[in-house]
Design a binder for this molecule. Structure first.
Ligand code: 6PG
Length: 251
């Protein structure tokens, strides 16, 4: 049974500081226990401030980056030079500020097809973790439609029970955009801990549905329920406005 915690913030600075502390603490515990920290990163805009904060002088030396392995929860089928690349976003916000050894950067490589990229990435996960990949921490965001990573409502990828990584097509209005490579629910739910960062009023309906609505097999963010891991949601007031529970977290 997993444990779900929800923290609601009036101030976004407090949200990002707590998120940074959560990553630092999880990294320290992982490195102490396992000698390494396997962290699954999210794309999107929300985590940019967290990556920049962790790369700042205030946090940069609080994580042993030489023992930290970075993975990506999803990627667009674009070159890393493309502004839509999740790898590029992390490179700009975090990797430009901290020294992570090249062999610790497990990016989703864009090859001849998204299907081939997905297969290659799944092989890389098995090479690193063995039979059962298990990230120490999976950082996730959520779209206004309740998607997470590139698992969208109505996507066949939601029903994937075996594969850890698949190719996926973005829904309208991005349907004509680049295809995606995404980790599946079995991969996400094998994580020891999940940290969702959700901000903004546009996400309020999906957040209330995910956290307080009835079980919905077509609501990807609600389906992230690690078998034995913890799920922590750090959300701002705007995103939390439809939640029945209103306890505010302060720094
Ligand atoms: C991505 C993420 C995606 C993101 C949500 C929220 O690659 O974009 O995997 O799931 O977390 O779309 O995005 P924002 O943080 O930009 O609102």
């Amino acid at each position: 049974m997993n444990v779900t915690e929800i923290h609601i913030y009036a101030e976004s600075d407090d949200l990002y500081r707590d998120a940074a502390e959560w990553v630092v603490q999880t990294a320290g515990e992982a490195i102490e226990r396992d000698g390494r920290f396997a962290w699954l990163l999210s794309g999107g805009d929300t985590p940019r401030r967290l990556y920049a904060l962790l790369g700042s002088s205030e946090y940069g030396d609080r994580i042993d980056w030489t023992l930290t392995h970075l993975f990506w929860g999803d990627e667009r089928a674009v070159p890393i030079s493309d502004p839509r690349s999740n790898y590029r976003m992390v490179a700009e916000t975090l990797l430009s500020r901290v020294e992570v050894p090249g062999q610790n950067l497990h990016r989703i490589r864009i090859t001849a097809s998204p299907e081939e990229s997905a297969t290659e990435y799944e092989n890389e996960l098995h090479h690193f973790f063995g039979a059962r990949p298990a990230f120490h921490l999976a950082l996730l965001g959520m779209g206004a439609d309740g998607h997470t990573a590139s698992l969208f409502p109505g996507s066949p990828a939601l029903g994937q029970g075996e594969r850890l990584v698949v190719a996926a097509a973005p829904p309208p209005p991005d349907a004509a955009g680049p295809r995606r490579i995404t980790l599946t629910l079995p991969a996400l739910n094998a994580s020891e801990s999940v940290l969702f960062l959700v901000t903004g009023a546009a996400k309020a309906p999906a957040l209330a549905a995910a956290l307080e609505g009835p079980p919905d097999p077509d609501l990807p963010a609600q389906l992230v329920q690690p078998a034995s891991g913890s799920v922590v949601w750090l959300v701002d007031r705007a995103a939390a406005q439809f939640l029945k529970r209103k306890t505010l977290s302060t720094a």
